[in-house]
Design a protein around this ligand. Sequence first.
Ligand code: G1P
Length: 767
Amino acid sequence: MKESFVIKNADHVPGLYFPLVSETGLKSCVTPNLGGDAKLDQNHFLLEPRSIEDLRNNRSTRNFWLDWGEDTWSITGVSAWNEALWDRCDETMEVETGILWHKVTRRNPSMGVEGEILSFVPYDQNYEVHQITIRNTKETAETMRFYTAIPMYGRSADNLRDHRHVTSLLNRMEVTPYGIHNTPTLSFDERGHQPGDSVYYVEAVSAEGELPQDACGVLEDFVGNSTLLRPEAIFSGRDDIWQKSGSHVDGQEVIGALRFHPVEISPGEEKSYIVVIGIAPQEATIASLRPLWDSAAAVEAALEATITHWSNLAPIRIHTGDPDFDFFFMWVGFQPELRRLFGCSFLPHHDYGRGGRGWRDLWQDCLALLIMHPQQVRELLIANFAGVREDGTNATIIGDGLGNFKADRNGISRVWMDHALWPWMTMQLYIAQTGDEEILLEEQGYFESEKRGTILEHLILQNTAAYHNRGEHHMLRLLDADWNDALDMASQRGESVAFSNAYAANLISLGEAVQHLATTHPDAGVDASQGTSLIAMGRSLQQEIRSTQWLKEGFYNSYYDNDGQPLTDGNMMLTGQVFAIMGGTATEEQLDSITQKADELLYDEACGGYRLNTDFHEVKLNMGRQFGFAYGEKENGAVFSHMAVMYANALYQRGRKAAGFKALDALYRQSMNFEVSHIYPGIPEYFGRGGRGLYHYLTGAASWYLLTVVQQMFGVKASYGQLQVEPQLLEQQFDSDGKAWIRLPWQGKMTLITVTREGTATITEEL
Ligand code: G1P
């Protein structure tokens, strides 16, 4: 299977970005021109924070320049020359991406030069490595000189607007033999005034081990009376701007500008330079890490180790009749790892939050972990229950480390009515995969309380507390929102029929688990009759929804607004249908009607499939900010991948494989249609105007897509630790030999499951 993806002239696509990240905290992103940023957390940005619009506008990028005979050339294509001539010159470029590396190749036939920049973050380090290779494509030898020019922000994201200048006065820049180091004396951020705890640095060597000739660490000096697109330090030929190792300047904006000795390069010859940019706790760390990157061999070894590390973490592969789908799926399978590392912040669209994830995301991301590394999840799951409060609600902010929760962001307390749902959904999968139902008997504390109880008690409390919190139509109250964060203005009278369905299903399956546990562990003090009452609660709620919420239009009502009115008038919302189908509220006849109506009212082939809702043509202040968004964007009727995937999952669960496939297939085709989606392979949070993919990479949709392909499409499920294979592949998904396979970990071993068109399944354990 192919492992990488190539896009020609990707720098003509604004808003394209690629993540690079390490296990030790560095979170970077790069654009085709090497824009983007790099940070450890909110308070340690190595490069200036970037939102999506900055990618188009900001010229403060990682830049590499070349004196090339009489010419001066930006190897990243960020120069006044490129801006003036980009559509009138013969310069071309392409980007190739793999897990997790990024390679740009830029060719300028008129100048007779090519540059290649390979970028990655070693999986276990807090620095980026860029290996730049220059090729002479002329017939004659040329004199060249290589420069780096990387503005170093080196402070908290808060200082982008707040004390941008004053914080530059804290900088202490030093030129060292390898490059520029900046050690700010203090950090002014949300934590108050903290002593500086980091060194921000840019270092470089040639592949032969040659050190920079000199450096310019002051941004103002480097730029002179010009801009970063035509910096004086490079274009004026003035030597006095460049400083030798040992010099230092205090209190200025810093740039990692390094200059190498001019060298001659023969026709066809290549020259390479290695540049790193990073954050270290102290000077000594920087020196100790140098052997890991300061030669071509070291870079090659680090890259190989990095590729191996990430491939092992996301090892699930499939083979179907469509190799592009298999490739897309490899990327989707990797996205949950990206969300584990980035949280829901820190990529250019995700310019909110201060890192970390919310409660819902924490539990849903566990779904993917459970499929990929079930043995590692037990401790994590138990720890997560420490966030449940005695009243069944929960802490909403996840701190660092296991089981470390914070009550609320900025002290604003908010209750999302769906939060109590996800723990049992995840736990159910854990028990199915491992057979470890004893986990329910483990004890855990309650958030901000002395009280302790079993995990089972936590779960029963969560689900029954939600069940009893009813509104005037007897549906579960919406409170401050449900899964749809943007339904946030109906906390008094709003009701979520959608999630009433979901809780009903939870109560039934939780009740069944209680009965099972009481049978297998008769001495554990589990009351089997409690299982029966949970099941009865779930069934009665389903019955109530069936008899009161089915609309004459032929689908279910999803919500009541803050005036106690149903969200109907011909409008359809996908969420209410998904959970009615998934949980079993919808009858078979209703299912026929819902799928027909969804195709009629919500399906948009050109935008990735099923939209989240029809256009209400109204800013519903009695429902939520969703209705302030333009129609077709985000939660207001975009094709919102997470819910579209859950729709597919629900359909497969009810045996509607063709309909389920249709929803997944539309998302895949849209994502991989680069001309329209403008994203690298993977699934974005949603498809907006013109079918463009937005908020790429960090989305719960990826976990659910993975889960749906494994458990529904390939039908690899388990019940109390026993593997079951019940594929729901369609004719066209088999290869020309009538086969399809999935390779995934099962009870500690990589396992290959091959399915034939005739319906046989062969399970082979790999050694
Ligand atoms: C995002 C949030 C998720 C929320 C959803 C709908 O979805 O992360 O918690 O439920 O919006 O408001 P995601 O980006 O995970 O697809």
